[in-house]
Design a protein around this ligand. Sequence first.
Ligand code: PLP
Length: 394
Amino acid sequence: MKTTYLDNNATTKVAPEVIKEMLPYFDEFYGNPSSIHSFGGYVGKKLSEARQEVASLIGAETDEVIFTSCGTESDNTAILSALAVNTTPGKQHIVTSSVEHLAIKGLCERLAGKGYRITFLDVDGDGNLDMDQYEKSLTDDTAVVSLMWANNETGVIFPVEQAARLAHERDIIFHTDAVQAVGKIPINMKNNTINMLSISGHKLHAPKGIGVLYVRRGTRFSSLMTGGHQERGLRSGTENTASIIGLGKACELAVENIEKENTYVRQLRDRLEYEIQKRIPGLRINGGKALRLPNTSNISFQFVEGESILLLMDQLNICASSGSACTSGSSDPSHVLRAMGIPYNLAAGSIRFSLSIYNTDEEMDFVIEKLPPIIERLRKISPSWKTSSMRANA
Ligand code: PLP
């Protein structure tokens, strides 16, 4: 059975053009880019070209692009660097949001245990940031702000450029986790004051295990790794050459495809949502009223378990993800949906569909046909659905 892959916020297919670009760098051009000989030098030249492609996608300068191993490393490095370069004693406050990815949330919680004060900003029912609360949260003690550009679960976009301006006025370092935004919406670092930005290759049709940390010229920076002089000493460790070259190609393709993301992919997503809403009662589109990524749809179905929906969809080879994280046998609704104040009986039945340019109208038709009977079947065995008033109206 054909796979219907609608889990692109988890990871994406590596573009065939990217694979083709990478392959020679495993067996033919395997030199070390730091070597003096021209065999290695050739690879070094290709890395420079890849750096240029990454810079072009986000309107950066090439010396602002640092290759890392993943989005998580970029996120961790950004926060830890901002804290390390801070020379004012007592500046131990970090501002972030309550809906960040664990790469930021987990690190901040750990730092809280080491004496840092963390403000986790609230979001409203649509996932929007409370900008008044944000402004009030910035104090003389604030060392760094980290706010995601787009949320991985709902696709909701935060006004990070505006938030960075407010931080900049107070001389606070501003970082954004743009892992889900880069390649899906236009980003131009020439138009903002953001100090640092994280990218992950595998979210934009490059391989897993390659990331970027953008660091604006003039931003004080402290490296996480100590070792060789790679990345101008800012990130030691022999470069993942094939993956960097693949990421360069993926960024080149992203420049070409960003229009398609915002027209074709958006139209697929909107039709999927519209048709599901028409066919299934008792649901909520999470973040549906907010400014959102064009590819993401997070839907809560009342009185069913997200995991059960996923299992039944999996039998049809439909890949999506649930809004809940399964921990030790009990499934808790995700921290993102909880922060949005979504009632438990809705949040527990949440599914994220995340699309890419490789999806088709036929795939949407397949899901539109198969999902309603799945929800109906699960609701028939749901005790809370049996007693709900909605059953009579369905
Ligand atoms: N930040 C966000 C918003 C993400 O969605 C992810 C991955 O899901 C990450 C960070 C981590 O990226 P990586 O998997 O490259 O470590």
